[in-house]
Design a protein around this ligand. Structure first.
Ligand code: PLP
Length: 424
């Protein structure tokens, strides 16, 4: 028995499924999850001493790999002064200023502790400011696990488990959630024609990255912007993955579309629980204490998390790793396509900036229905082939391949060499 197998048995006795977030259990690919001992830059070392190229990067939370020295020293310096005060600190102001400076659509921002909290709070704000109840989301987009956002086909974790929605979500919470197909502007128009006056907010991942990567079709995001303007609804870009990963200005910077509200998480926490929602000042100032819409958090703006996040964003601003990361993504996409082609394996690889993922299908993947039609059993075999070859991919075909700025050409070659020996 491996150490990971022993630990997983022990974990399952005290933690449901042995994990604190379901996708970690390898349910989508079978087998035993590996327990991580430590990370070094772009690599992970498991409890049995095996070393992997890490293409998960804590589900996108890390841009500069594991244990980056500058982020570690920012964390140590902050922690030495005390880890939480429940009172304002300079660090929060600096992180808010950095986000506002980087992201075009953000004039004011409030810090929270998870992406789930960010989207939940932004939706309350949208409902509170518009006086409307309904939200429109897209199948396969994931926005965290709050009730109203788990109403139907909610993306990676649930898609992997094959559960359309979750028991425990009330009919009342679900009935205010409208769901449409990603990239289908005509379907959104039809929903707006019927419900336009009731829709508070349209929430969308500007590049969907929780059903695998599905870029927006030309005109889709622009069309949503127009529909929202026409009907007096707000547009919310959930940039929890795309923020600080597609570029410093997120997807809204890349596509030059301005949402009313945006949510962030993952990279902006520098590896700590730290997230944010922000947007137009006239909306954000409706939050308590300046406005009537309540939102709060004991550990919001936690000084250690904020120091880690500020260090990550400062590194991104200084090193500007985005062009190089996009180049690496292109090398991987072309190299993988070539190797799958040689082995006669049908594959569609979607990419936007440095975000990409592989679907084992010959058909284009433009929405969640397409993503589900890909061969996920083949993905499971591919995942285990890559793991055995020392490449740690997400244990689900509904996730992106997450790059880090510290990947080297040697890592890229290891990934391509491992893929070359996959026979299907
Ligand atoms: C991860 C994610 C969330 C949820 O963030 P948590 O920190 O896991 O609560 C929300 N939206 C998107 C797009 C995500 O990828």
């Amino acid at each position: 028995m491996t150490t990971s197998e022993e630990l997983f048995e022990r974990a399952q006795r005290v933690i449901p499924g042995g994990v604190d977030s379901p996708v970690r259990a390898f349910g989508g690919v079978g087998g035993t999850p590996i327990f991580i001992e430590r990370g070094e830059g772009a690599e992970l070392i498991d409890a049995d001493g095996n070393r992997y190229v890490d293409l998960i990067q804590s589900w996108g939370a890390l841009l500069f790999g594991h244990a980056h020295p500058e982020i570690l020293s920012a964390i140590a310096a902050a922690a030495a002064k005390g880890t939480t005060f429940g009172a304002p600190t300079l660090g929060e102001v600096e992180l808010a200023e950095a986000i506002i400076a980087a992201v075009p659509g953000v004039e004011m921002v409030r810090l929270v502790s998870s992406g789930t909290e960010a989207t939940m709070s932004a939706i309350r704000l949208a409902r509170g400011t518009t006086g409307r109840d309904k939200l429109l989301k897209f199948e396969g987009c994931y926005h965290g696990h709050s009730d109203s956002l788990l109403a139907a086909g909610a993306g990676s974790g649930l898609a992997t488990l094959g559960i359309p929605s979750s028991p425990g979500v009330t009919a009342g919470a679900a009935q205010d959630t409208l769901t449409s197909s990603f990239n289908d502007l005509q379907a959104a128009r039809v929903l707006f024609a019927e419900w336009g006056r009731d829709i508070a907010v349209v929430i969308v991942e500007p590049v969907a990255a929780n059903m695998g990567v599905v870029p927006p079709a030309p005109g889709f995001l622009e069309g949503l912007r127009e529909l929202c303007d026409h009907h007096g609804s707000l547009l919310l870009f959930d940039e929890v993955i795309t923020g600080f990963r597609m570029g410093l200005g997120g997807a809204q910077g890349v596509f030059a579309i301005r949402p009313d509200l945006s949510t962030f998480g993952k990279i902006m926490g520098g590896g700590f629980p730290c997230a944010a929602f922000g947007g137009r000042e006239d909306l954000m100032s409706q939050l308590a204490p300046t406005g009537p819409i309540y939102q709060a958090g004991t550990l919001s703006g936690n000084p250690v998390a904020v120091a880690a996040g500020s260090a990550a964003i400062a590194l991104a601003a200084m090193l500007d790793p985005y062009a190089r990361m996009e180049q690496i993504a292109m090398t991987l996409v072309e190299g993988l396509a070539e190797r799958f082609g040689r082995s006669g394996i049908p594959a569609t690889i979607n990419r936007s900036a440095s975000l990409f993922s592989v679907f084992f299908t010959a058909d284009p993947v433009r929405n969640f229905a397409d993503a589900k039609r890909a061969d996920h059993e083949r993905y499971a075999r591919f995942f285990h082939h890559m793991l055995a070859a020392g490449v740690y991919l997400a244990p689900s075909g509904y996730e992106l391949w997450t790059l880090s700025a510290v990947l080297t050409e040697g890592h890229v070659q290891r990934v391509l060499d491992a893929a070359a020996t996959f026979t299907g």
